[in-house]
Design a protein around this ligand. Structure first.
Ligand code: URP
Ligand code: ZN
Ligand code: ZN
Length: 463
């Protein structure tokens, strides 16, 4: 039988579908987990129909930067793959890109196997992995070509966290970047100059300056800019592409844009916390809760990042979701350097970017889709399977009702953290449905995906 006549599993009717070319009132037909039809009015019937009249239908969003259950500072980030992926689903995020954790002495392949073992059968949204390469003390460059050929194309390195055993030296960075780029992979770099960070941290501790604001003081914009400059020069030397994660400062941004002008092929990611929060919060009594790395910055940094987003100079907004409970964070109430660093964010990514980006007219709807879906899909090698509403793509959707409003309350969020850095912030709109490969994960307040688990996504060549 002609496939186009086969019964559809799902039709999403009359929604305002957001694609690259604009917002079109379109019916979407889904068969076998894929988008099978896109027409103004589908004459077909389906096993299930969702009425999306008056609602925005987005491609399922991709959070290109999460840390589920990773070890930090003698504890683990509070969400594991199960709880973190439920939070993701309640935020319209249908794919997360998390990280492997390379323990001392472990091969890259072993680190992948361990991480897949944790995600498999627990993660309710689809997931991919950046392969973290650490200093062991040697870096396992020899493993890179085969892993890339198997679909692990994204690698993560840190230019800091030396004492935690995660840093690579600049010589090692050059080696790894060369091997990854030559084989068609991409390096995702956490860029902070370790000498500046360690020097300042030590000075603050010696001087008895333990308050949360000294976390920020120990990791100034200059640390970010210095590392971006160094990494960009190496990337330009090798003519390699490079992705900078969680860009936080005006200084870092200017350095990256300067490097781009001089020919370095840089991709840039920022996060909601650097677009919406400033370092004032670190002075609060519970300021240690907001300790994250890189730290929150000043208003001028926030403004510069929004401007760059509006101008299309930043490729991706991802969350760096790495939550801790108030109790976990309290370890650092008297000592910034002992605080587990990181913030929750995967569930609030879409609501915040829609409200404070699109509705405040800082970015257009299509840009939202590019920043949170299409660009991360492309850069992580998941496009065209993910990232866009088009025939043949996975039937992943976030259906958003732009006519509702609410305020963020941590007790209404679904992750394990019992607080939110965005508590009380007003949101324009509300998520109605999250759909993964044609299966409804979230409908209103209900999680329906109990027996639906995400699959490990391997990366294709970037296109
Ligand atoms: O403080 C943060 N962001 N924790 C997660 C690890 C990292 O550096 O991204
Ligand atoms: Zn980082
Ligand atoms: Zn991170």
């Amino acid at each position: 039988m002609d496939e186009s006549n086969q019964q559809l599993d799902l039709i999403i009717r009359s929604g305002h579908v957001v694609t690259e070319t604009g917002v079109h009132r379109t019916d979407i037909g889904v068969r076998d987990g894929k988008i099978a039809k896109l027409e103004p009015v589908l004459p077909d019937q389906a096993a299930r129909t969702i009425d999306a009249l008056g609602q925005l239908v987005f491609p399922g969003f991709i959070d290109a930067h999460t840390h589920m259950g990773i070890p930090i500072m003698n504890t683990h980030s509070a969400d594991d793959f199960a709880s973190g992926s439920i939070a993701a689903a309640f935020g319209g995020v249908t794919t997360i890109v998390d990280f492997t954790v390379q323990e001392q002495g472990q091969s890259l392949r072993e680190s992948i196997e361990v991480r897949v073992g944790k995600a498999n059968g627990n993660c309710h949204v689809d997931y991919a992995l950046h392969v973290n390469i650490t200093n062991q003390p040697e870096v396992r460059v020899g493993e890179i070509p085969e892993l890339i050929s198997e679909g692990f194309r994204n690698f993560k390195v840190f230019s800091t966290y030396r004492q935690a055993g995660m840093m690579v030296t600049w010589d090692q960075f050059r080696q790894v970047l060369g091997a990854v780029d030559q084989n068609g992979g991409l390096i995702f770099l956490h860029a902070e100059d370790n000498d500046i960070v360690e020097g300042r941290t030590e000075t603050n501790i010696k001087a008895g300056r333990f308050g949360a604001k000294y976390h920020g003081h120990s990791r100034p914009p200059e640390a970010e800019a210095t590392a971006i400059k160094r990494a960009s020069e190496i990337a330009r030397d090798l003519d390699a592409e490079l992705y900078i994660v969680h860009l936080s400062s005006r200084h870092g941004l200017k350095t990256a844009l300067g490097a781009r002008e001089r020919g370095t092929r840089l991709h840039l990611e920022t996060c909601p916390q650097y677009l919406l929060l400033i370092d004032d919060v670190l002075r609060k009594e519970n300021g240690h809760n907001w300790i994250t790395t890189p730290p929150l910055r000043a208003q001028e940094d926030v403004d510069a990042l929004w401007e760059a987003l509006a101008e299309g100079l930043i490729d991706v907004v991802a969350t760096d979701h790495c939550p801790f409970t108030v109790r976990q964070k309290s370890v650092g109430s008297e000592a910034f350097h002992l605080t587990p660093n990181g913030l929750p964010g995967v569930e609030t990514l879409l609501p915040l970017l829609y409200t404070y980006g699109v509705n405040k007219q800082r970015i257009a709807l299509q840009q939202l889709v590019n920043l949170l879906a299409k660009n991360p899909a492309r850069l992580c090698g998941l496009y065209p399977r993910k990232g866009e509403i088009r025939i043949g793509a996975d039937a992943d959707f976030a259906i958003w009702n732009p006519n509702e409003t609410y305020s963020i309350r941590s007790e209404n969020l679904h992750g394990t953290a019992d607080w939110s850095p965005y508590e009380g912030m007003a949101i324009d709109g509300k998520l109605e449905y999250t759909i993964l490969r044609g299966q409804v994960l979230v409908k209103g307040e209900e999680f329906l995906g109990k027996n639906v688990f995400g699959t490990l996504l391997l990366s294709e060549e970037r296109n």
